[in-house]
Design a protein around this ligand. Sequence first.
Ligand SMILES: [Zn+2]
Length: 535
Amino acid sequence: MREVQLYDTTLRDGMQGQGMSLSAQEKVRVVRKLDDLGIRFVEAGFPGSNPKERELFETLAEVELRQAVVCSFGMTRRRDTDAADDESLQLLAAGFVPVVTLVGKTWGLHLEKVTKVSRDENLAMIRDSVAFLRDAGKRVIHDAEHFFDAYRDDPGYALECVRAAADAGAENITLCDTNGSSLPGQVAEATRTVVEGLDGKAEVGIHTHNDADCAVANSLAAVEEGASLVQGTMNGYGERCGNANLASILPALQLKLGYECVTEEELSQLTEVSHFLDELCNMTPDPDQPYVGRNAFAHKGGMHVAGVNEDARTFEHVDPNRVGNQRELLVSELSGKGTVVSRAEQAGLDLDEQQSQRALRTLKEREHRGYHYEAAPASFELLLRREAGAYEPLFMLEGFRVITEKREDGRVQTEATIKIWIDGERYMRSAEGNGPVNALDTALRDAIGDRHPHLADIELTNYKVRILDEHHGTGAVTRVLLDSSDGEREWGSIGVSENIIEASWEALVDSLEYAFQPRDERPPAGERPDTARTT
Ligand SMILES: [Zn+2]
């Protein structure tokens, strides 16, 4: 079978997305992670002269990678200049990276209205620039900018541009849907024509944007027509609506189309790498993201849970383990004892018949009071642990006090004092915070930090408050949902009370106690190795 290689441009095109910024050292960490995942080409950006880029390329020159090839990125020469005199091309030629990706214009409209370069000069710019880098010993990938618009506008000229790059020695011509306007049928037809037209002289690649919500579909359509390189970004980061999402393309190629882009073991790191990128870029992981999202394999309805337990294929398009995700059985009033038993098994707990019934009763009674365990699996596991007698309290609370003071000058100050007992020893701590929950959180972590230093590193990633009965105004019941992370895993906890501080406290304690419980990991309930499949 034909080989399909993945090309990651998170560090260049992905950084065009809103609010994206990484230091040189962070970018190096990303390169290593993508290398772990088995991504073949990692584009680091333009090796320009600003200090951040210099630091990045200098560091990368020293980094030993398992298999990934680092690429630099640049443009064809300026018009009416010799390629050899173009400073940007000189920098690209002088760099340590073996592969240079060179973007060139393809679309008449772009040439006439924006760059004001004649069609012939544009062809010469492509030819000269590729040849110059080839002479300097570089492998060249040519990005044909706006290729699909160009092809719809004037297929003859679009193909001339592509051929110019191939004739000058580019090993791969990547067709770019730069403004994300194309649909899968259009991409398929144009790609087929280019693959036939180049007749093996160069490989064909695909680079799409998601403006029409078709970036992944367009990438796959191109592969089915003979493209052997797919450019994209992790989690689809990128300008406007983003680039093609490699976190979806990789498993689709591998598990549905049968290409071996990476090893099975590399593929099983997909979820972790996706979340790592989110963490580093300060983005909240999208729970509904296909393959890697927390809800991607979450089952709610009682019938669905029963179906998945019988044969996972009924409601799961791929085996979650293969992409490093896991099945999640959501608890809700819809579901019955089956979910309770499955969730207990997942947590490594053995509930007998009586305990399961009691857990179910407690669950229903609490849901009635406003608890909502679908987004709070950590709290639910603690509930089950209590029923199973497998619950270990982290500490005993003697009491806490929170004071919020507003002064004449408008400043608001909050201070929390907490007294707890751990193994017969009393810890009292005070802390200030920007609000009561923050102060309480800081004081509590400080108090448990001596005995359980690893719990101090857990980060609260999301804090959501919802008023359950709006008619009661300030006297209404408050539900607090808290997401926590230890950098690898995320879990949700919940608190419900008429007092917002009490509700927050409950969710906070659940979050830490969940991390504290000893557990031997078992594969999620209902997992059957024999249901693994590739198509
Ligand atoms: Zn792009």
